[in-house]
Design a binder for this molecule. Structure first.
Ligand SMILES: C[S@@+](CC[C@H](N)C(=O)[O-])C[C@H]1O[C@@H](n2cnc3c(N)ncnc32)[C@H](O)[C@@H]1O
Length: 221
């Protein structure tokens, strides 16, 4: 029987060279553990979403939510929050009279948490949290849209919003502005800033921009 003490075993392990194969095994094991944590706990439901379109959960601050509500003042109808997290914007929007107020979120834990918060606030059944990929949501009937997403996805999202939303829709972006759109109102300062965009105006800007590009290329040729 081997009667080495734990100290002796550790000393022997320390004295053994790890070697290339050992390093590869440690790296693979660590990578697998990090991936399991990312896929299972932090970003479950995101396996089918391309990596460059994945946005981590960073909840809006109280000031950010207030700025969004200020920009939505005077608006009516339904509201959709794309990537709704724990549902705070949807809940606040419902309390400001937006009906229906709907959140789309891929992370099932956050969807459950949002439903719990709605129930705790006495609004169970009045707000809706759907576990759906925001890129697949049909936005053709949405009048008010809020987004707190990462700069890496805003360019692509601009195209989807401009292609699908009705002319009288208003889009409010928090934390980061859309790269090519011109806001009609800006509220707040620094990280709490939020931008409101009229879809009709964006379409007009796009038409003007395309006309200008066409004229320029015609002049050059
Ligand atoms: C920065 S957080 C904002 C959460 C919330 N709107 C707020 O302001 O507190 C972005 C959220 O979008 C979700 N998300 C990212 N990509 C998504 C997708 N393709 N479909 C649905 N939700 C998505 C993330 O899980 C995350 O909860």
């Amino acid at each position: 029987m081997d009667d080495d003490t734990p100290d002796e075993v550790i000393a022997e392990l320390k004295s053994r060279p790890i070697g290339g194969w050992g390093v590869a095994q440690i790296a693979a094991g660590t990578g697998l553990a990090v991936y399991a944590m990312w896929a299972g706990i932090l970003q479950p439901g995101f396996r089918k979403v391309p990596l460059k379109l994945q946005v981590p959960y960073i909840p809006a601050s109280r000031a950010q939510v207030q700025n969004v509500m200020t920009l939505l003042r005077g608006r009516q109808g339904g509201l959709v929050d794309l990537g709704s997290g724990d549902g705070r914007i949807v809940l606040e929007a419902h309390q400001h009279g937006f009906i229906p107020a709907v959140g789309y979120e891929l992370n099932p834990w956050l969807v459950r948490l949002a439903r719990f918060y709605a129930w705790r606030a006495g609004h169970h059944g009045k707000v809706s949290y759907r576990r759906e990929d925001l890129w697949k949501v049909d936005l053709t009937k949405c009048k008010n849209v809020t987004v707190f997403l990462a700069p890496s996805v805003l360019s692509l999202l601009q195209e989807k919003l401009e292609a699908e939303l009705p002319d009288d829709a208003l889009v409010v972006a928090g934390r980061f502005p859309f790269p090519d759109w011109k806001p009609c109102i800006i509220e707040g300062h620094g990280v709490d800033r939020a931008w409101a965009y009229s879809v009709q105006e964006q379409r007009q800007h796009t038409v003007n921009k395309n006309n200008l590009t066409a004229t320029e290329s015609f002049t050059v040729n």
